[in-house]
Design a protein around this ligand. Structure first.
Ligand code: TYD
Length: 193
């Protein structure tokens, strides 16, 4: 089973991924938490773009994320699923549906480019206002090119526009972490039955 955790930078999804993994393990499941972009060759190129050290247009960025994901699926995701493990994704192709859509690429094209990737059972989107997310991000990392407010507002809107996707659940991430974790657990339990 594949679960995708999503949201704008600073939404708290990495914390929620750890909490969810602990809870699933306590329930007896084998769990692996994987993150995109990866540290592979395409992922490293992407990180240079994200840090502003390398210039790439939107189409190139879409292609690089997809190439990174293709390797990730082959090397880590598909084998873990074959072993019967629960795979928790800290970002997956739904990030492309938000970020690259916000950058102007139509959703249908993003879905087509990512059609090779196994679909998640459920996508949890941790939603919060951009101002709040930026406060959190600024407190522990340097704001990079992707962490600017106007852009993030478009990204948040793109995530919220996924509301009609049958796999997507939107969670209010302004609440205390334990409350969010409880709802995440309920939604994942529902998806598992
Ligand atoms: P990272 O610093 O790893 O973000 P975070 O710690 O917030 O998850 O950088 C990932 C960035 O890449 C983030 O801004 C979202 C973006 N991204 C895309 O634009 N498309 C994608 O397909 C993926 C996976 C990430």
């Amino acid at each position: 089973m594949l679960i995708d955790l999503e949201g704008i930078d600073g939404c708290g999804k990495s914390t929620q991924a750890q909490l969810l993994a602990q809870r699933l393990r306590a329930a007896g499941h084998a769990v692996v938490v994987l993150k995109e972009p990866t540290d592979g060759p395409h992922g490293s190129r992407l990180k240079e773009v994200l840090r502003g050290e390398r210039v790439a247009d939107t189409e190139e960025i879409l292609a690089l994320f997809a190439a990174d994901r293709r390797e990730h699926v082959a090397d880590r995701i598909a084998p873990a699923l074959e072993r019967g493990e629960i795979v928790l994704m800290d970002r997956y192709y739904y990030s492309a549906l938000a970020y690259q859509c916000a950058a102007g690429i139509p959703a249908e094209r993003i879905r087509a480019v990512n059609a090779f990737a196994p679909a998640p059972a459920v996508v949890l989107v941790f939603d919060l206002p951009v101002e709040l997310a930026l406060e959190r991000v600024n407190s522990h990392s340097v704001a990079d090119a992707f962490e600017r407010a106007p852009h993030l507002k478009r990204v948040r809107a793109a995530y919220l526009a996924l509301r009609d996707d049958p796999l997507v659940r939107i969670l209010d991430a302004t609440r205390p972490s334990e409350v969010i974790a409880e709802q995440a657990w309920t939604l994942v339990s529902e998806a598992m039955t």
